[in-house]
Every structure is written in structure tokens, then in C-alpha cells.
Design a protein around this ligand. Structure first.
Ligand code: ADP
Ligand code: MG
Length: 673
């Protein structure tokens, strides 16, 4: 950029362009004193002009001594500086205007002074011709020449005066301008100082900014690194995004497929729901019908049981055990029923040879045949499953709410315990009625749960020995001996009986029942070692309290299932000598016989519908009073030994059982609430 030119310099430049303010001295040829006089005379003539020029002071003198130097270079220097007129603060355009006016004035100056010094000093030309040199004698001519020259000089002086005046004006103007420019210069200097200060400040700021720039560059470097990292990351993310987009598209495609499938499925579900609702209605109807059928089944089942008799007697003859004498052929006979051998046997015949009885001729009396008829007879080969099949219906009655009592009656060793509990543990074929009955009950209860029935089972197992009750499920310190138990009513006014100190164990599966039977065996085994074969001298009563409820219909039923292994029914041989042991045995036997006869009497009384039923005459009948008579169903197994030596006891048992079999106890009623 072109530096701003100072107005002061501008003026100076302009002044340089001017013509010299003072003309150089004339080069007219002046010779001798005459010349000198003429000059003096001329000086006098010029006096007023000289005086005027002197007024310019040094300027004029300067101009004269240095006539070739341009006036502009000298005139304004000192004078302008010394007496610079005050100029208005405004510079620029106004200054330019001033300079322009100076130039204008110069231009306006008359053309004559613009002649070069050399030309201006030449003698005036007359008529355009160079005057020829006049002879010495032509003074007149010379005078006229001089006059012409003088005239010419006067004219020129006049012109110079005018010029001088113009120059003075110009000078004044220039001085004013100089003053104004000086003021302007000071202002500018001030401004310059301020600008410098600003420049310094700017420098400082620049330094700060440079430092800041460096810092920012450093940060920029870091940021660039970061940006690169981010770019890398961005690239990675873009790739990931592309992958995700692809996956998303894939998922969307799958979603669309799934949605299509879903809408199809929803339609299917809707139709299935309708179908399900229809099925549910149907199911409810069928449930209703099923319940009705179930109640009908129970009624018919009960009728069937009643037709079969509320007291039924089954005779079971055990097989001959290894080591036992084989009975004579025909000793026990199992005649077929009216429908032939396919009919299950219901008769048993015992052939008894009484050696004491003789004929008149002395020949042995022919064997006496004793025929007995029962609801069912099981010959020695009958299995446990076969036996259970016959009582399964009775067990079902217990679930339907009818008290059930199953007894095993017979002499010791006839197979009562085998029938009730089973043979050696671990042989499933030899499993007795108790485990089979319970398994059957659990499975039917499970089936009935589908119809809305809920069943619970609580087991207890006691033995009655010599009219004392002991808990066979006792554990811990009571195990073996067992604390004495009492039969009490469950509550004041309650018909329900309970055995104090006895354990009542809830059972829901076979395994639990197995555990209880094992515990009972252990308890009996301990007792057996302490007292000779006590188990055969006591009644074992397994009781199962069955409670059922149909919550949906508010129907409840509860009944006990009793499985009783009675004490040996054998009588004491009256011919035996009565030692201390035998006396004890006699007491036991009397107690047993008493309780067994009480059982018979109770059944008789119930059958005869007597007003008094002697339940209280024995602990056994007292404990079982709610399961005998009335709504109860009873089944008695009469267990018979196949041996001939036991014929007397067998006949006794068969006679007792026959009596029971003849009894008919009134119509059973289910214990429904
Ligand atoms: P009880 O209890 O009447 O005294 P048990 O049940 O103890 O008689 O039977 C005596 C013996 O006869 C036992 O060894 C038993 O295993 C066996 N026994 C009884 N009945 C049968 C049967 N039906 N089949 C096989 N063995 C039997
Ligand atoms: Mg027994």
C-alpha cells in the first residue's frame, strides 16, 4: 500500500513545481561609469520595488544570492516553520484545496514572468529587430534606446510587483497552510504515538495471540489426533451400523414373516379359543354328568354291597408249609358252585375222623363231613391279589363314605397276619391287604381328584393285648414298650373315638405306608422277645381315617377303614396242668376269648337289632363301635389251617364264622355331610 503522504510534504512538492519567485539579475551589458550611473539611476527608479522586495527580508536576499535555486525549496522552510499560522484541525481535503488554490494562483500569473531567466535578461527588442549598435555620437538614439529599455523594465517591474504581490499572497497562504499542517502534524504525531502504543499493545496482543495460537495449535494437534481416532471409530461404527442395518433388515424380514405367521396363528388361536370354550361348556356338562354318574355309581355300588351283604365272611385256607405233615386226601374239600368249576368256590367241607367215637361193632366211625358256606372261599393256592380283588370293592366303599371293617379271624398260625400285612418283606406277590388297600385308595383318590374330589388319609396302628391298648407306631423311647393308651371320645358329645398317646400319621403314598408297617413289625418283634408270642395273643388294629371333599359342590365324606388282625382264636387245652405260666396263658386266653365272643355278640346284637349292643364289653368292640353296624360294612376272613391236627380249631373257627355269616346288619348309610 502506498504510504499516506503528509500534507506538509505535499505542499513542499507543490512548491517545487513553482517557478522561481525572484528573477535573476539582468545580463544587460552595462559598461563604464556611465553604465554605473545608469544603473544607479535605474536603481533609484527601481527603489520602490527594491524597498518592497526588501520587505521580504531574507527571502529576497536568499533569492538574489541563489537566483538559480528554486524559490520553493528555500522560501517556506524557516519562515513557514517559525511563523506557521494556525491551521484548522481539519486536514486532508481542506489542505488539498489550499494547495490547489496556490497552483491556481500560479497558473493565473501573467505569462511574462514565466520566461527563463536567460531570456528575461535580454535587452528589449524594438520592432522585433535587434537594434543595431548606435555610433558613439548618437546620444539621442542611445537615449531613446535607453528610454525604451527603461520603459520595458518599468513594465517588467510592474509585472514583477504584481507577481511579488501574488507570491506574498501565496506565501501567506502557504504559511497558514504550514501552521495548519504543523497543527495537523502534531495531531498526527499524537495520533502516531497513540497508534504506536496501539501497535505495541497490538504487538503484545499479537504475542499473546501467538502463544494462544501455539496453544490452540497444540490443542488442534490433540484434537486432530482425537478426530482421527473418532474418525476411525466412526468408520468402525459405520461398518457396525451397516452390519446392524443388514441384520435389522433381516430381522424385519423375519418379523414380517413372523407377523404373518402370528396373524395366521391368532386366527387359529381365536378359532381354537372358540373351540376351547365349546369344549369347556361340553366339559362342564360332562363334569356335571360325571358327578351325577359318580353319585349314581356310589349308590349302585352300595346297593351291590348290600346285596352281597353288609356282613360278609370269606374263608381262606392257607397252604401246607414246608415241613408240615400232608393232610389226608379229602380232609378239606372245596365243592364247586352251582355254575360249575368256573364259579368261584363258596363252600368248604371238612372231613373229621373222630377216633373217640366208635361204632357198636367196634369199627372206627366213618369221618364226619362238615360243610360250610361263605360268601367266598379261597383254597390254599389262592394268591394275595386274588383275595384283594374281592375286597377292592369294599375298600372303594370306604372312599364313598361308608365305614369299613375287615377282620382276620382264626387260630394262631392259620395265616391271619399273612393275609393282612403279607409275607416276607420284599416279595410283592406276598403283599397283604393293608398295603394293597392303601395303594388302591391312593390311586382311586387320584382319579377322583380329576372330578374335583380331594382326599386325605391319616393312619394309626394299635394293638390290644390283655385289654390294654399299645401304639404300634411308637418311636423313640416309647418304641417297643409303648406307653399305655386309652380310647377316648374325640370331644364332648362327639361320636368319634381317638386313642390317646397314639400316633396318627398322615399318609399319601405307598412308601409311607410301608414305613409304618415296618415300624409296627419292629415294635411287635421287641414285644415278642419280652413276652412269648404276644403278637398272636393280641389284636392288631390298623385304622385309616379317610376324608374326602368336593369343594365345587360342597360335598364332604369321611369314614374309617379298619383292618384288624385278631388274636388267635384257639382255646386252651383243658387237660393241661396249670402251672404259673399256664395260668397267665389262661388269663390271656380268657381275655382273648372274651373279646372275640364280645365281637360275636355285638354282631349278633346288631343283626338282631337289639337295643343294647355290648360294645363296652371289650376294648376291641369299643374301639370299633363306629365301624360296626348301622352304615358300616364288615368283612370277616376266617383263616383256616390245612393241617388235620388243627381240625378242631378249624371247625370252631368255621362255626363262629358261619354264625357271623348268618347275621344281616341293617342298610348301610354313607356318612355324608
Ligand atoms: P397267624 O398270623 O394267623 O398266626 P401267620 O400269618 O403268621 O399266622 O402265618 C403262619 C405262617 O404261615 C407264616 O409263616 C406265613 O408265612 C404262612 N402263611 C400263612 N398263610 C399263607 C399263605 N396263604 N400262603 C403262604 N404262606 C402262608
Ligand atoms: Mg398273626
Amino acid at each position: 500500500m502506498e504510504p499516506q503522504r503528509s500534507p506538509l510534504l505535499e505542499v513542499k512538492g507543490n512548491l517545487e513545481l513553482k517557478r522561481p519567485l525572484v528573477k535573476p539579475p539582468s545580463r544587460l551589458p552595462l559598461s563604464g561609469s556611465r553604465c554605473k550611473r545608469r544603473f544607479d539611476q535605474m536603481e533609484d527608479v527601481l527603489e520602490p520595488e527594491k524597498k518592497r522586495t526588501r520587505g521580504l527580508g531574507t527571502v529576497t536576499k536568499f533569492a538574489i544570492s541563489h537566483h538559480r535555486a528554486p524559490v520553493g525549496t528555500t522560501v517556506p522552510q524557516t519562515q513557514g516553520q517559525a511563523a506557521a499560522p494556525k491551521v484548522p484541525k481539519k486536514t486532508g481535503p481542506r489542505c488539498s484545496t489550499a494547495v490547489a488554490s496556490v497552483l491556481k494562483n500560479q497558473k493565473a500569473a501573467p505569462a511574462a514572468p514565466a520566461q527563463k531567466p536567460g531570456t528575461t535578461a535580454a535587452p528589449p527588442k524594438l520592432g522585433g529587430k535587434k537594434p543595431s549598435k548606435r555610433p558613439g555620437w548618437d546620444l539621442k538614439g542611445q537615449l531613446s534606446d535607453l528610454n525604451a529599455e527603461l520603459k520595458c523594465y518599468r513594465e517588467r517591474t510592474q509585472t514583477l510587483d504584481q507577481e511579488n504581490q501574488q507570491l506574498r499572497d501565496q506565501l501567506r497562504e502557504a504559511q497558514q497552510q504550514a501552521t495548519a499542517l504543523g497543527a495537523e502534524r502534531r495531531t498526527l504525531e499524537g495520533e502516531l504515538a497513540r497508534v504506536r502504543a496501539q501497535a505495541e499493545q497490538g504487538q503484545q496482543e499479537l504475542g499473546n495471540l501467538s502463544a494462544r495460537v501455539l496453544e490452540l495449535e497444540e490443542r488442534l494437534g490433540t484434537q486432530e489426533g482425537l478426530v482421527q481416532e473418532l474418525q476411525k471409530e466412526q468408520l468402525g461404527l459405520q461398518a457396525e451400523r451397516r452390519e446392524l442395518t443388514t441384520r435389522l433388515e433381516e430381522q424385519e424380514r423375519r418379523l414380517q414373516t413372523s407377523e404373518a405367521a402370528l396373524s395366521g396363528s391368532q386366527a387359529e388361536v381365536a378359532s381354537l379359543r372358540q373351540e376351547a370354550a365349546a369344549q369347556a361348556t361340553l366339559l362342564a356338562e360332562r363334569g356335571e354328568r360325571l358327578h351325577g354318574l359318580e353319585m349314581e355309581r356310589r349308590r349302585l355300588h352300595n346297593q351291590l354291597q348290600e346285596l352281597k351283604g353288609n356282613i360278609r365272611v370269606f374263608c381262606r385256607v392257607r397252604p401246607v408249609l414246608p415241613g408240615e405233615p400232608t393232610p389226608p386226601p379229602g380232609f378239606l374239600l372245596f365243592p364247586s358252585g352251582p355254575a360249575g368249576p368256573s364259579d368261584p368256590p363258596t363252600h368248604v367241607s371238612v372231613l373229621r375222623c373222630d377216633e373217640r367215637r366208635g361204632t357198636l361193632s367196634g369199627a372206627p366211625a366213618p369221618p364226619t363231613r362238615h360243610d360250610f358256606s361263605f360268601d367266598r372261599v379261597f383254597p390254599p393256592g389262592s394268591g394275595q391279589d386274588e383275595v384283594f380283588e374281592e375286597i377292592a370293592m369294599l375298600v372303594q366303599s370306604a372312599l364313598d363314605g361308608y365305614p369299613v371293617c375287615i377282620f382276620a379271624y382264626g387260630q394262631t398260625g392259620s395265616g391271619k397276619t399273612f393275609t393282612m400285612e403279607g409275607g416276607p418283606a420284599g416279595d410283592p406277590q406276598a403283599e397283604g391287604l393293608i398295603p394293597r388297600a392303601l395303594r388302591h385308595l391312593f390311586s382311586i383318590a387320584q382319579e377322583l381328584s380329576g372330578q374335583g374330589w380331594t382326599y386325605s388319609f391319616v393312619a394309626s396302628y394299635v394293638e390290644i393285648y390283655n385289654e390294654t391298648v399299645r401304639d404300634l407306631l411308637a418311636t423313640g423311647t416309647r418304641k417297643g414298650q409303648g406307653g399305655e393308651c386309652e380310647i377316648r371320645r374325640a370331644g364332648p358329645g362327639s361320636e368319634e373315638l381317638t386313642v390317646t398317646n397314639a400316633r396318627y400319621v398322615p399318609v399319601s403314598c405307598e412308601k409311607e405306608v410301608e414305613t409304618l408297617l415296618l415300624l409296627a413289625r419292629q415294635n411287635r418283634a421287641v414285644a415278642r422277645t419280652a413276652q412269648n408270642e404276644r403278637s398272636s395273643r393280641s389284636h392288631s388294629v390298623f385304622q385309616l381315617q379317610i376324608s374326602g371333599e368336593h369343594a365345587g359342590r360342597g360335598v364332604q365324606c369321611a369314614a374309617p377303614l379298619n383292618l384288624v388282625d385278631l388274636a388267635g382264636s384257639e382255646r386252651l387245652d383243658p387237660g393241661l396242668a396249670l402251672g404259673p405260666g399256664e395260668r397267665e396263658r389262661l388269663r390271656e386266653t380268657q381275655a382273648i376269648n372274651s373279646s372275640l365272643s364280645t365281637l360275636g355278640l355285638v354282631i349278633m346284637a346288631l343283626s338282631n337289632k337289639e337295643s343294647h349292643v355290648p360294645y363296652r364289653n371289650s376294648k376291641l368292640t369299643y374301639l370299633l363301635q363306629n365301624s360296626l353296624g348301622g352304615s358300616a360294612k364288615m368283612l370277616m376272613f376266617v383263616n383256616i389251617s390245612p393241617l388235620e391236627e388243627n381240625v378242631s380249631e378249624s371247625l370252631n373257627s368255621l362255626r363262629f364264622a358261619s354264625k357271623v355269616n348268618q347275621c344281616v346288619i341293617g342298610t348301610a348309610q354313607a356318612n355324608r355331610k
